[in-house]
Design a protein around this ligand. Sequence first.
Ligand SMILES: C[S@@+](CC[C@H](N)C(=O)[O-])C[C@H]1O[C@@H](n2cnc3c(N)ncnc32)[C@H](O)[C@@H]1O
Length: 363
Amino acid sequence: MALQNDESFSVLLDSQAHILNHAYSFVRSMSLKCAIELEIPDIINRHGAPMSLSELVDALPINKERSQYVYRLMRILVHAGFFVIQSLPTTKGVDGEEREGYSLTPSSRLLLKDEALNITPLFLVFLDPIMMDPWQNMSKWLRNDNDVNPFQTTHGKMAYELAVEDPKLYQSINEGMASDGRLVASVILQHCKGIFEGLASVVDIGGGTGTFAKYIAEAFPNLSYINFDLPQVVKGLEGSKNLSFVGGDMFETIPKTQAVLFKWVLHNWNDEECVEILKRCKEAISTKENGGKVIIIEMVLKDEESGNKTLETQLFFDMFELTLAKGRQRSEKDWAKLFHDACFSGYKIYPVLGIRSVIEVYP
Ligand SMILES: C[S@@+](CC[C@H](N)C(=O)[O-])C[C@H]1O[C@@H](n2cnc3c(N)ncnc32)[C@H](O)[C@@H]1O
């Protein structure tokens, strides 16, 4: 390529940097995984003040001959916003001693073991090698014609089939979903409790092992809450006065109820399947006049806006769905079409959950 002028030279180098940045996009997530495995957020938190590099190195369960590398790990994680560098108390700042130390940020606080809303299990399940390997086979899957998704191309079976056979994977998926359930329930109970107010009964379809369900049922003692999932998922789980676990297949039967709820379920299914599920819901719930509704906790894709981090995260999740399941993330237009095709009369989106929203759909 002939370089004519400064402008094309700078475009060339910017393009190279852009490509190389993408080649190493995984460095942030894998470095964070390493920090979690070494319990760096917990160690800094226990220290109770900015922690100097030497204090951190001393406290880490590592081969001390490798201490010199910790600085580089911390540097990328500071750059990525998981730690900040702060001045150490003045008594420590005498000549020859370190003057700065690492502190946590709101993001690394969410990874602490003692943090009630920590989402470490969810983060780790996304980075499990079983979940990561299918990315190597994306183009192979696009070329072939016999697998549902790259996960099947890689592992020879669907994710839920492998999870049934692999208790460790099954447990980490459940723990990941439970950690998300805690956080989402907490935000809903603090900021949009109205979604459940006045309801007499809810069926949480695909509620998993019921962490979200437990929080909501406890907060609304007069609400009869059913956590509905496949029989093998809810087998042996104990409910409470107003929470019960019911096994079944949503494609076959949905218990009669005033409202149904789907949290992170419909994104696993294609449009035809979603319309089928929603039609079944419409038969199961009360009329609009009697407070019937479908509550959906999912992403609503933002409009195209270059540089928008929320949209980028949503697109990451869309691709994750592509590798793992057979569904997708949806825009408001996509959701509206599903609701229309399933003969619902209207909907309202509450963008109260960061990258996700609560959608109420009315019969
Ligand atoms: C991504 S998980 C979401 C779990 C939970 N709602 C949450 O957000 O933590 C999807 C759930 O759908 C359940 N599921 C899959 N197929 C189902 C079916 N045919 N009937 C009922 N539940 C199903 C799975 O067992 C799983 O628990």
